[in-house]
Structure formats: structure tokens, C-alpha cells
Design a protein around this ligand. Structure first.
Ligand code: SF4
Length: 275
């Protein structure tokens, strides 16, 4: 029987933004949402896919047999949990020295729940601290079995209004909110996040509403506002997609401060990233 495999987009070493300390982030391919601003569009499809970078093309004609200039690349590779563990163990000394560990991200990592559970089990057996970044929209029965294997969960609440959430992500937020309440009841450390998309998620009503909801399920919980990151735009064309929000710019720091203060006043420990 063939070993269980997951589809991995990338394993990124020395990551400083996906949890505490120095981390290795394992990006799993596939997502059930379609956020208009998605920062990792190469993770949306579950299957490996081709990307084409015209600026790197040296017209060698070797596209079909392996392109030496990396103008045509395949995004996504099958790995067993053991193979993924082997790669993340390379930096275990850095995790120990910095309080870091391994973060699973995506895409939506719980879409590959069997692989995820097997991989996290191996991480735990090897004494690694683990975190997950999730959109929290899959059924609780899929998420719950992995919780004992995780040290921290980072999840998004993008929009509190369900109609707006459906419009901008393609999915209802109902399960997200139910799961956030379940997560709070489970006692696991978590950080909620909202990506600040100008004109979409950055209204004070939205941020206050999300913060009040969070405070109602876990008083004074960690809540991060992530400023808009314009770098995602360049990722779309190479994989044949069109970016829905061209020309959008990050928010000024003064606005970030205002929104963070509003969220804090609703009963969360809120901080912001400048993007
Ligand atoms: S949930 Fe995350 S990975 Fe999925 S579409 Fe939204 S931003 Fe992209």
C-alpha cells in the first residue's frame, strides 16, 4: 500500500511571522475559501500546478524537460509525514534556542486532516512545539482531533456580517464563529486575526464587532490586525489568475492605531502589524 502523502506547496525555514520564535512553516495546498485578497493564491488548488514566470525565460526551449532558468515551475509536491518531519527537524536547535517550532499553514491545512494529524503526531513525538494557521471554517469534528497536538492556533475572522463574508470569501462565517467559541471552550491558546483589506474588512464596525464577539467567547484574548500586503498581487498572473483588488494600498499607521484601540476597548488584547 502506498504511504499516506500530503500535498505541500512549500516548506519555509526561518520564518518569523508565523508564531513565536524561529519557525519552519509548512504550507499545505488547497483551500475551501476564495478570499478576493488571498495572499497565497498558489495554495488554493489542492493539486500541484504549473506556474510560468516570463521574466525568467531564457528561451532555451527546455520547458518540457526541466527548465534550467526556473521560468516554468511546478507548485506543490507530494510528501509523506515522515519526509516533512525530516525537513523540519533540520532547524530543531533554532527552535529550542528561540522558543520557536513548526507552523502548519496554507491554504487551509485542515483540508488534509489525515496527513496533518500524522505529521503533527510525529512533531509531538520529537518534542517540537507546533502551531496551525487556519480559516477555521471546516467542521469541528475535523479540527478537534488535532488540537491535542497543537501548542497554539491562529485563526481568521475576516468579516462579522455573514452576507459580506460570503461575498468576499465565497463561504459563510457561521462555522468559523461556532468553531471560535469551541476553541475558546477547549482552553487551547489562540490568536484571532483579521486581515485589513481597505474598503472590505477595515470598517470600524467590523473590527469592533469581531472584537466584541471574541471577548464574549474568551475575555482579553489575543487579537491581531494584519495590515494589507500588496505583494500578493504579483503571484496571480504566473498561475493564470486575475487579482481582484489591483492597486490597493496598505492602511496608514495612524488608522491601524485607531482600529487597534477600538478593538482593545471591546475587551481584547489587540495589536497590529504594519504589513
Ligand atoms: S482562507 Fe487564506 S488561503 Fe484560503 S483563500 Fe482565504 S486568504 Fe487564501
Amino acid at each position: 500500500m502506498k504511504n499516506m502523502t500530503g500535498i505541500i506547496t512549500e516548506i519555509q525555514r526561518f520564518s518569523l511571522h508565523d508564531g513565536d520564535g524561529i519557525r519552519t512553516t509548512v504550507f499545505l495546498k488547497g483551500c475551501n475559501m476564495r478570499c478576493s485578497w488571498c495572499h497565497n493564491p498558489e495554495t488554493l488548488e489542492m493539486k500541484p500546478q504549473e506556474a510560468w514566470y516570463p521574466a525568467k525565460c531564457i528561451h532555451c526551449g527546455h520547458c518540457k524537460t526541466g527548465c534550467p532558468a526556473q521560468a516554468r515551475v511546478t507548485i506543490g509536491r507530494e510528501m509523506t509525514p515522515e519526509e516533512a518531519l525530516h525537513e523540519v527537524l533540520w532547524d530543531r536547535d533554532y527552535y529550542a534556542a528561540s522558543g520557536g517550532g513548526v507552523t502548519v499553514s496554507g491554504g487551509e491545512p485542515f483540508l488534509q486532516a489525515d496527513f496533518l494529524k500524522a505529521f503533527l503526531t510525529l512533531c509531538k513525538e520529537n518534542g517540537l512545539r507546533t502551531a496551525a494557521e487556519t480559516n477555521l471554517s471546516l467542521p469541528w469534528a475535523v479540527i478537534a482531533p488535532c488540537l491535542p497536538l497543537l501548542s497554539h492556533v491562529y485563526f481568521d475572522i475576516k468579516l462579522l456580517d455573514d452576507a459580506a463574508h460570503r461575498k468576499w470569501t465565497g463561504v459563510s462565517n457561521r462555522t468559523v464563529l461556532e468553531n471560535a467559541a469551541n476553541l475558546a471552550a477547549s482552553g487551547i491558546p489562540f490568536t484571532a486575526r483579521t486581515p485589513l483589506i481597505p474598503g472590505v474588512t477595515d470598517g470600524e464596525d467590523n473590527i469592533r464587532g469581531i472584537a466584541a464577539f471574541l471577548a464574549s467567547v474568551r475575555e482579553n484574548c489575543r487579537y491581531e490586525l494584519l495590515n494589507y500586503n500588496a505583494l500578493a498581487e504579483s503571484k496571480y498572473e504566473p498561475i493564470g489568475l486575475t487579482y481582484a483588488l489591483p492597486g490597493t494600498r496598505p492602511l496608514p499607521v495612524s488608522r491601524l492605531r485607531e482600529l487597534a484601540a477600538a478593538a482593545a476597548s471591546e475587551g481584547t488584547q489587540c495589536r497590529f502589524s504594519r504589513g
